[in-house]
Design a protein around this ligand. Sequence first.
Ligand code: GLN
Length: 490
Amino acid sequence: MDLLTASFQDVSSAVKNKKISAAEVTQFFLNRIDRLNPQLNAFTHVNINAVADAELVDAEIASGKNTGPLSGVVFGIKDMLCTKGMPSTAGSKILQGFIPPYDATVVARLKKAGAIIIGKLNQDEFAMGSSNETSFYGNCKNPWNTDFVPGGSSGGSAAAQASRLTMGTIGTDTGGSIRQPSNFCGIVGIKPTYGRVSRYGIISYASSLDQAGPMVSSVTDAAKSLEIICGHDENDSTTVKNSVEEFSKNLNPNIKGLKIGLIKEFMLGQSDPDVEKVFTSAFNELKKMGAEIVELSIPLIEFAVPMYYLISASEASSNLARYDGVKYGFRSEFKDLSSVNLEDFYAETRGEGFGAEVKRRIMLGTYCLSSGYFDAYYNKACQVRRLLKNQYTEAFKKCDVIFSPVTTTPAFKIGEKSTDPLKMYLNDIFTTSTNLAGLGGMSVPFGMSSENLPIGVQLTCAPYQEQKILNVAYALEKVSLVQGKVPRVY
Ligand code: GLN
């Protein structure tokens, strides 16, 4: 079996039928990490117990137990998720050395399905960024060309998966952090509807927007892993009780008659010519397959980026207040703790522990939440957010799926935007409205840029309609020009 191309289903059945052991599969990927990760810096931690974990799965199989649909499937996890006994830092110095005593629900569900957790993946600090350049643990690089960023914030997940250092990864998406790096690295990423996937054990950034999802190599694997991590969790009251469909069984590439919406406001020639070319060829394929094209207008999309940055920074300033150097993680060194006053203690530790981008957002967010400004900023943004959601509800009465680019450009060079936060924020122009409106969204690779970097397209659905975007992605994948191509670091 070629472990670089085998699906989750193939590997899981081979492991259950004892054609290959979970330990052998795990060792294969550990060897790849050893060989290739130094060029990428995709991992913040490699699980030295991974083979032992895999041997436990093998032992269960030997004793006749049913070990689940991901038996022996090797997963890397974004460092934003708590993993029992393994460092979980959110890419920040302030959580250096923090080892959680429990697994995030997403991780627990993967393990219960037989998956092996091979390590933790690099990311922008607290998931704030679009290039992985804000990580305390160093840049992660794009495997298609290491002068370029892998995207962010789930850059490590995208790079590791594109180079097949993992069979699957988990990322989080608050304003595009699954879809944008998937797009930059040529993999499939899905951000589920808000409420589909438990946030329990995921380090909080902006709680009303955060959602975790798979970043994998095929639509089939996306569907399979999504159905495992989705579903109600009594530890997260925002998860919905809707039953979870068998996305992978229901995959259907026949999209004849499906209504595909194009948002007028996204079509104003704001994208790079390579992105437009790939978008147009995917669009033509959809038409050939018999999809019906509908034009839509969502005027409030114009305000998505400012709304997103206002709401996410405000919620971050509140969520990040817990990092005080007292309970866990990093604490500044003090010569004599008994003579430091509390305010200095906090200021020193937080000043040293957080990076510049995180501090910028904490300050902006604190300002937006301060009395006198709360109504004018945070509350106003929440009101506009509701109106944006209403506009999407109207739009989805006319179409099944919305089709757009993921970003205006392919991956950019390391350092190109890191000194200009506004330029960096504008990267999120096509992705943030999905989170604000609580929709499902995905990125699927479709073409290549003139510099040989992959470019994807974005599919967005009404809440809980993930099957529809999975089906369109499944159809597009079959004619994708990225199929069969591999990055330089491979
Ligand atoms: N790039 C966005 C930001 O910097 C998105 C991050 C995310 O989805 N976590 O906040």
